[in-house]
Design a protein around this ligand. Structure first.
Ligand code: G5P
Ligand code: MG
Length: 223
């Protein structure tokens, strides 16, 4: 779909709710640029930058990295795509991060994936990731064509260091205490759209239909 105006969206949801999976479908269908805060952090860790090395232990323990660090990283990327439509995945994750984003850009829509914690715990321990692209696979749900290797590049897949059962529990706790208030923040601004379910393939048609409505040329022309 060719967009008539710049569209800015955020995708939220607990760890493992399918933000990366749904983002890939949104970017493919609607041509938005995808920015994932977790992918940016993992790229820094992989490249052994000073920041990556500093942040690795927090991430591996399932804690959020400091707001100012994260906001600076994301804003730098957003400034580089000022004239593009985008979808941010994994940011904002605290009310302070939402305010930092609001000060710079107005967000059109926040897509919230509401998936039960019990469903998530099972998924994350069987996830395999292609670190350079952020593409995700799952042994049961969307296995790679060749076990252990990325479909597109043929490079090896890895399991994330923060996908151990204990760390997943800590990430879910951090989500409840620090990120759930962000949902309220966006609800009060009237831009929150929640999609509930336990299977991405059942949630996706609703997300797609919502965005089609939102981005139809008639709607896009409304100021
Ligand atoms: P991330 O990288 O943002 P999380 O914890 O928010 O990490 P995560 O784990 O990346 O989120 P996701 O993107 O929501 O999960 O889910 P996904 O990868 O698409 O799907 C999970 C798995 O389930 C995959 O294997 C997928 O194939 C499978 N799957 C999808 N749908 C289905 C289905 O229907 N059925 C089945 N069976 N499987 C399915 O952040 C990581 C860390 O970085 C730091 C924090 O430390 C954070 O913990 N961080 C920040 N810190 C501060 N502020 C921020 N803004 C930060 N952002 C990141
Ligand atoms: Mg993700």
């Amino acid at each position: 779909m060719v967009l008539q105006r710049i569209f800015r969206a955020v995708i939220m949801g607990p760890p493992g709710s399918g933000k990366g999976t749904v983002s890939a479908r949104i970017t493919k269908t609607f041509g938005l640029q995808h920015i994932s805060s977790g992918d940016i952090l993992r790229a820094n860790i992989n490249a052994q930058t000073e920041l990556g090395l500093l942040m690795k232990s927090s991430i591996d323990q399932g804690q959020l990295v400091p707001d100012d660090v994260m906001s600076r990283l994301i804003m730098k990327d957003l400034r580089a795509m000022d004239q593009s439509s985008w979808l941010i995945d994994g940011f904002p994750r605290t009310v302070s991060q939402s305010e930092a984003l609001d000060n710079a850009y107005s967000v059109d829509t926040v897509i919230n994936l509401n998936v039960p914690f019990q469903t998530i715990k099972q998924r994350l321990t069987s996830r395999w990731t292609h670190l350079p692209s952020g593409r995700v696979y799952n042994v049961d749900f969307n296995p790679p064509k060749v076990s252990g290797f990325d479909d597109v590049t043929g490079e090896p897949l890895v399991q994330r260091d923060d996908d151990t059962p204990d760390t997943v529990m800590r990430r879910l706790k951090a989500y409840q205490t620090q990120t759930e208030p962000v949902l309220e923040y966006y609800r009060s601004k009237g831009v929150l759209e929640t999609f509930s379910g336990t299977e991405t393939n059942k949630i996706w048609p609703h997300v797609e239909a919502f965005l089609l409505r939102k981005l139809s040329p008639a709607k896009q022309n409304v100021a």
